[in-house]
Ligand binder design. Structure first.
Ligand SMILES: [Zn+2]
Length: 117
């Protein structure tokens, strides 16, 4: 979709802090993080809701790969997932490490998580 910020990120037309990419899915830091290491995983193709993503199992497996990298990089007590499609109408899984320790600006954190994949 032309005016969807996540579609623009997929096409490289909006700045992002990527931590994960495969042929169908992309993981990047939320630029307005609720916690350090707050990461979003999206399908590269536009779907409004998480449950509309055709390869639902592989989508969550991508989220799990990112989760394991976050565990290595941030050492959280636990990790929460939240799915929304309301503010940005493009499916996204929020990965929220709780009680973790990771310092740095967004690009440093993205690098640390990306290196932990
Ligand atoms: Zn989109």
């Amino acid at each position: 979709m032309e005016n969807c910020i996540f579609c623009q990120i997929v096409r490289g037309k909006a700045p992002d802090f990527r931590v994960y990419e495969d042929k169908d899915f992309l993981g990047f830091l939320d630029t307005n993080p609720q916690v350090p290491g707050h990461t979003l995983v999206i399908p590269k193709k536009h779907y409004h809701w998480v449950y509309e993503v055709p390869d639902f199992g592989r989508y969550w497996e991508a989220a799990l790969k990112v989760t394991k990298a976050i565990q290595k990089a941030c050492h959280p007590e636990f990790i929460r997932y939240v799915t929304y499609g309301v503010h940005v109408p493009h499916a996204h899984i929020h990965i929220l490490p709780q009680g973790g320790i990771i310092k740095g600006d967004l690009s440093e954190i993205a690098q640390k998580i990306g290196q932990s994949l």
